[in-house]
Design a protein around this ligand. Structure first.
Ligand code: GUN
Length: 311
């Protein structure tokens, strides 16, 4: 393994990739499409129980709907709900003509079979792009709802005109929500793609080969300068809240910690990214703003499809 001292630093300027700018452009593009529809797009959000992080995410999704003129309905079944009861809730939403997208916020309580629930959503109302039919469409390169976070990253790369064809992309993390669909989307754009995970041998070396490095592991500051080729494009998907001041200080977030009692850190050490990367998505303000924007985009796309089918 290379020690930090053997890693070359990048001497050019690092470009900060600003997710709020890309989000604004995505949302501006949706407004005329929504205005052209005969009725507002409709999104149902199912939030089971009281997971505090999920409650924050769902609030953001509902707020974005309100700002865009998308009808939203929040359903809040109790933590004790059974799989069968939740399947009934989804079945009713599947049949509602005013609902174009159904989002079941993850994670679900332990007693619920998440896979069965996600597979029960009609594929043409699957605004998260998690249904196996839509994952299959992604594999086949067809137009269909796509997982929001990686789809947002693709919009970001396009916005900043970062070329992908023939370039080496390394995705760290193999989750169904981010890592796997991310790898497929990069492949679709003709990148040479590697997926790294917990069993990868010499992960630093794999990552140092990347022109484009996507970190989606859920471990604060896991990607250090040992992982980053000088000038690489570094995309940080992590959103980790840390409650240890020493750790916050290591990531240059002591001031934030002292103000709030915790700090938000991505999967990439931000100080190392600023020294080594050619471009970098900060946390917060990088990838985060794009996920909800792409949820809105998927919902509008589904509403357009439903209108076209009914014409
Ligand atoms: N939990 C964390 N991220 C997501 C997401 O993108 N969609 C849903 N439904 N749940 C999540």
């Amino acid at each position: 393994m290379a020690g930090a001292s053997s890693v070359r630093l990048y001497n050019g300027d690092v470009q900060i990739l600003d997710g709020t700018k890309v989000r604004a452009e995505i949302l501006a593009g949706l407004k005329p499409r929504i205005a052209n529809l005969k009725r507002p797009p409709g999104l149902a959000v199912v939030l089971v129980g009281h997971n505090p992080a999920s409650e924050i995410y769902v609030r953001g999704k509902i707020k974005a709907c309100g700002e865009l003129g998308i009808f939203s309905e929040k359903l809040t079944p109790p933590e004790s709900i059974t799989t069968e009861e939740l399947l009934d809730v989804i079945d009713e939403l599947n049949h509602r003509p005013d609902i174009d997208g159904i989002l079941v916020q993850m994670p679900l309580p332990k007693q619920v079979d998440s896979r069965r629930v996600l597979e029960s959503i009609a594929p043409d109302k699957d605004c998260d792009g998690f249904h196996p039919v839509n994952v299959g469409h992604l594999v086949a390169g067809r137009r269909a709802p796509r997982a929001c976070t990686p789809a947002g990253i693709m919009e970001m790369l396009k916005y900043y005109q970062i070329p992908l064809a023939g370039r080496r992309a390394v995705v760290v993390g193999r989750s169904d929500i981010v890592g796997k669909p991310m790898a497929l989307m990069l492949l679709q754009e003709n990148a040479t793609v590697t997926i790294c995970h917990s069993r990868t041998v010499d992960i630093e070396e794999e990552c140092r080969r990347a022109d484009i490095l996507v970190a989606a592991i859920g471990r604060p500051g896991f990607v250090t300068r040992d992982f980053i080729a000088p000038g690489a494009i570094v995309i940080d998907v992590g959103q980790n809240r840390i409650e240890d001041r020493a750790l916050a200080e290591r990531f240059g977030k002591a001031a934030e910690f002292d103000k709030k009692g915790s700090a938000l850190v991505g999967d990439v050490n931000p100080i190392d990214a600023m020294h080594c990367a050619g471009a970098y998505t900060p946390v917060p303000g990088g990838v985060g703003p794009l996920t909800i924007a792409m949820l809105m985009s998927n919902t509008v796309q589904l509403a357009e499809k439903h209108q076209a089918v009914n014409e």
